[in-house]
Design a protein around this ligand. Structure first.
Ligand SMILES: NC(=O)c1ccc[n+]([C@@H]2O[C@H](COP(=O)([O-])OP(=O)(O)OC[C@H]3O[C@@H](n4cnc5c(N)ncnc54)[C@H](O)[C@@H]3O)[C@@H](O)[C@H]2O)c1
Ligand SMILES: [Zn+2]
Length: 357
């Protein structure tokens, strides 16, 4: 078991977190618990509810990104009201990033806010979504447009859950794990290089999750409301979000982040920040993890437009988060349009001899 306390609420990473969660609720004197879960982890949620014991109800919802909407939020509100939930009820959300964002938003708003505990069951939720206090849902106008900043009472990363997580979803989280490795530097990055050739199912996930999460916790702890330093977490994401948008989400977030990490490396290389050796090290790791490096879209104007309208750009100026070395990432770097265009073209081709030119 690993505990991370630096954020002001405890994060527990363990193979089976049910007992630690039950103990946490008991020690807080929680009288009533409602477990809200994603249908795909209902079995796990019921096992957790059983360990918590009496006065525990499980409510199950069909989720997925397409259902991360206000309509689903309304459904959850309705079921909570029907179950007689009030301000003294603690909500426990069980599931991936969609569950955490949506149930977290419900908890932030139902009766103006009720206590919330997050049990993360996907790699994305464990290393990224469950911490940082961002909750919310998508609107027709865009992803994550309605929400609230609200920290949970506690987070539990339920490592054994990863056994039922489809490999595709496991890979979704790896882009963020590599990103955190580039932010932190040599120790974590090098340990990923050692693990990369081994089958994902054999990885020591408790350690991998703890290392990765610690990095996000450190950054978020320094900059809770995104005034600045937290921007390093957008490494690979300016381009990544653009590619998701331009391909109408045919490219998944994890894949887009991988392509975005390559683009950021190239931008850093071509503005004299990053060494060719380190750029190739990042590409080799992404390739070993079977994350894609080649962007399928040649509509560079659309990508540029998407990057300019990304909520993270300031005053229409294209700014990027770029690595100086593995372990040193800077944000807010303005890059000439010509350089950005040359990189967009390069990312359409496989890395080869031209990569470092
Ligand atoms: N709040 C934040 O800071 C933050 C950060 C990153 C991502 N996110 C959000 O997270 C979401 C993506 O997270 P995700 O990839 O976990 O998506 P998800 O919650 O939809 O989970 C992916 C799929 O795996 C299933 N699943 C989850 N855990 C499982 C398990 N243990 N066994 C079997 N199936 C399981 C889910 O039902 C779903 O079908 C996006 O909506 C994104 O916006 C939020
Ligand atoms: Zn991301």
């Amino acid at each position: 078991m690993t505990r991370i306390e630096s954020l002001g609420y405890p994060i527990t990473i363990d193979h089976d977190t049910a007992r630690a969660l039950a103990k946490f609720l008991r020690e807080r004197g929680t009288a009533r618990t409602i477990v809200l879960c994603d249908r795909n982890v209902a079995e796990r949620a019921h096992a957790i509810a059983k360990t918590i014991g009496r006065n525990t109800t499980v409510l199950t919802f069909a989720l997925g990104e397409r259902r991360k909407t206000i309509r689903t939020v309304e459904r959850v509100y309705a079921e909570l009201a029907a179950a007689g939930a009030d301000r003294t009820t603690t909500l426990v959300g069980v599931g991936g990033g969609v569950a955490g964002d949506l149930f977290g938003f419900v908890a932030a708003t139902y009766m103006r806010g009720v206590p919330f505990v997050n049990v993360a069951t996907s790699l994305v939720a464990m290393v990224d979504a469950s911490i940082g206090g961002k909750t919310g849902v998508d609107l027709p106008a865009g992803k994550n447009l309605a929400g609230a900043f609200r920290d949970p009472l506690a987070v539990f990363c339920d490592i054994d859950s990863l056994e039922t997580l489809p490999e595709k979803q496991l890979r979704e989280g790896l882009g963020e794990v590599v990103k955190h490795g580039i932010i932190e530097g040599d120790d974590v990055f090098a340990s990923l290089e050692v693990l990369a050739p081994h089958p994902l199912r054999k990885w020591p996930w408790e350690t991998v999750v703890a290392d990765s999460l610690r990095i996000k916790a450190m950054v978020v702890g320094d900059d809770k409301f995104e005034a600045g330093a937290r921007e390093v977490l957008n490494l690979g994401h300016t381009f990544g979000h653009a590619i998701e948008k331009v391909t109408n989400y045919a490219v998944s977030h994890g894949d887009a982040v991988s392509m975005g990490l390559r683009a950021a490396g190239l931008l850093a290389l071509r503005t004299g920040r990053f060494s060719g050796d380190e750029h190739l090290r990042v590409l080799a790791l992404l390739a070993l993890l079977r994350l894609p490096l080649v962007s399928p879209t040649t509509d560079h104007d659309a990508l540029l437009a998407a990057m300019t309208s990304d909520k993270k750009t300031r005053a229409g100026q294209l700014r990027f988060v770029l690595p100086r070395t593995i372990g040193d990432v800077e944000f807010g770097v303005a890059v000439p349009l010509k350089t950005v265009r040359s990189v967009l073209a390069r990312v359409n081709a496989s890395p080869g001899a031209a990569e470092l030119r």
